[in-house]
Design a binder for this molecule. Structure first.
Ligand code: 13P
Length: 261
């Protein structure tokens, strides 16, 4: 499949890490990255969004600001939640939905993930919809079935016209934060199947334009091999995104995915 028109994407999901000083140091270190051949988005915790936004702007950086979570309803009586309008007010233009920690630790359902995905798209945001199987599901040979179910449920009611703002992140749960990575061949196989499900939901042309990221223990040492696979268009990075040098090296590794175009 021709991949020439899929711009590589690297997301840095900082998860529930760092503090004000650390967030500023990190964005200081990664601020010069991005805006070239790869789209680079960082997802800091809520309390640091504004200061990271201010630093991105004062550095003239082309790194994009994202948020890890939000409530899909309009502003109102919803104690402890953060709305999409609030995120927009903090210069956020990309959000994550369906992350495994929210599915399996917080207990978010497919229908909530779908509601969030649609609300964010309706508000003009970019959405990175995360999918992926648990270890027991992989061992039971259910990887592709789980991915297909999460994909169909997450994108239910999303029309083809919005797909240019949808990115899929395949993150096998057993590979997240464990140091275990899917082999590049296994990851490629899962990505190719994800793309064929997208083709059957929409069209081959639309599926061919969508970015599908790999996530789960991506490091500078394995990024290039993963990104050189034909259906892997970048990565969603957890631990290694907390180190500016490592994150920069991973972004540079997306060159491997451009060359094939
Ligand atoms: P790690 O890179 O720490 O495995 O995390 C991956 C992830 O969950 C990114 O969203």
């Amino acid at each position: 499949m021709s991949t020439g028109d899929r711009k590589p994407f690297v997301g840095g999901n900082w998860k529930m890490n760092t503090d004000s000083e650390g967030a500023r140091a990190l964005i200081g270190g990664v601020g010069g990255i991005g805006g070239g051949d790869a789209e680079v988005v960082v997802y800091p915790p809520f309390p640091y969004l504004r200061e990271v936004a201010a630093d991105i702007s004062s550095q003239g950086s082309r790194v994009v600001l994202g948020a890890q979570d939000f409530r899909h309803e309009p502003n109102g009586a919803m104690t402890g939640c953060v709305s999409i309008d609030m995120l927009k007010d903090c210069s956020v233009s990309s959000v994550l939905t369906g992350h495994s920690e929210r599915r399996h630790v917080i207990g978010e359902t497919d229908s909530l993930i779908n509601a969030k995905t649609k609300a964010a798209l309706d508000a003009g945001m970019q959405v990175v919809l995360c999918i992926g199987e648990l270890l027991e599901q992989r061992e039971a040979g259910q990887t592709d079935a789980v991915n297909e179910r999460q994909l169909r449920a997450g994108l239910e009611g999303v029309d083809e016209g919005s797909l240019d703002r949808v990115v899929i992140a395949y993150e096998p749960v057993w590979a997240i934060g464990t140091g275990k990575t899917a082999t590049s061949a296994d990851a490629q196989d899962a990505h190719a199947k994800i793309r064929s499900v997208l083709a059957s939901m929409y069209s081959k042309e639309a599926a061919g334009k969508m970015r599908i990221l790999y996530g789960g223990s991506v490091k500078p040492g394995n990024a290039e091999e993963l990104f050189s696979m034909p259906d892997i268009d970048g990565g969603l990075i957890g631990g290694a995104s907390l180190n500016a040098e490592d994150f920069g090296a991973i972004v540079s590794a997306t060159r491997a995915s451009i060359k094939r175009g």
